[in-house]
Design a protein around this ligand. Structure first.
Ligand code: MG
Length: 295
């Protein structure tokens, strides 16, 4: 099932995306819904709802072209968890030969999330704005000390995150938070695809184009720490909660990996495609125009 958060006629809701249509879940649940409330109400309820729709006339259907897709979770309850250096080729391009023995966790501020087609600002504070295509995991239920062999049962679904990074700030501030958390530095979407429809998360193709030029191309099978392993590691002594988002790291091909670096400029179009999920597209704009345009 493909789920999207959308705006239609001034109202925000969550719907099931099929072909060129989106089915609003609000009238079916009988209450206003957000992606977080849909997750909290449970995958079982969602599957029951989806079953009830099959074959019936669907008055709740809206043509996709009439809605604006927002980030699937426009404002996560807490920071977006991220993983650094999770693909060996990316580790190499960052100029180190040290392969991590445990996952490198950091976070991006929750209020950096933006949706598909929204502008990534080129803030004056950075001269090295970069893209990072990542498979992102959405957690379905609370869990602590999760074993790796049961970890995937905690996954609600998957989406795409662009872990937009100010490389100069990432280096200058030593700890990564500042360089990873400029306003609107976390494009997410366009949909969450439920875990049952993805199957094996280590068999997805990740690709990034900048202005139509292919920059990143890898399989999630190349991750140093699998999705299950990451959930297990992160949950040791720490309770992951329903709706938490984990971006699982980026493969080789980021702008900083080139010599000289190929960083994002005003007007650049970044398109990230992950098989079975879709394409997340965002254009870079001068900060002064980007921050007001989607308000
Ligand atoms: Mg990253």
């Amino acid at each position: 099932m493909r789920l999207a958060t959308f705006r239609h006629q001034g109202r925000e809701s969550v719907g099931i995306v099929e072909d060129a249509w989106i089915t609003d879940l609000e009238p079916i649940y009988g209450q206003p819904v957000t992606m977080l409330s849909v997750i909290d109400l449970g995958l079982e309820k969602l599957l029951t709802v989806a079953d009830s729709l099959t074959g019936k006339s669907q008055t709740q259907r809206i043509p996709l072209e009439q809605v604006t897709l927002l980030a699937p979770i426009p404002r996560p309850r807490k920071n977006v968890f991220c993983v650094g250096r999770n693909y060996a080729d990316h580790v190499k391009e960052t100029g180190t030969t040290v392969i991590p023995e445990v996952p490198v966790f950091f976070t991006k501020a929750a209020n950096t999330v933006i949706g598909p087609d929204m502008a990534i600002p080129k803030h004056p504070v950075t001269q090295q704005l970069d893209y990072e295509a990542e498979l992102a995991v959405v957690i379905s239920r609370n869990g602590c000390d999760i074993a790796e062999d049961t970890a995937l049962s905690y996954v609600f679904g998957y989406t795409i995150v662009n872990d937009v990074t100010a490389r100069d700030l990432q280096k200058r501030h030593n700890q990564w938070f500042k360089g990873k958390s400029l306003d609107r530095a976390c494009p997410m979407g366009p949909v969450i695809v439920t875990a049952d429809e993805i199957g094996d998360p280590q068999n997805l193709q990740v690709k990034t184009w900048v202005n139509g030029e292919l920059r990143q191309a890898a399989s999630t099978g190349e991750m140093l720490f699998s999705v299950a392993s990451l959930i297990s590691w992160l949950s040791q002594g720490y309770t992951l909660e329903a709706g938490d988002v984990i971006a699982t790291g980026t493969p080789a091909g980021v702008g900083a990996g080139y010599d000289p670096g190929r960083f994002l400029e005003d007007g650049d179009l970044v398109e990230i495609e992950i098989s079975r999920i879709g394409c997340l597209s965002n254009r870079v704009e001068a900060a002064s125009t980007a921050t007001t345009r989607d308000a």
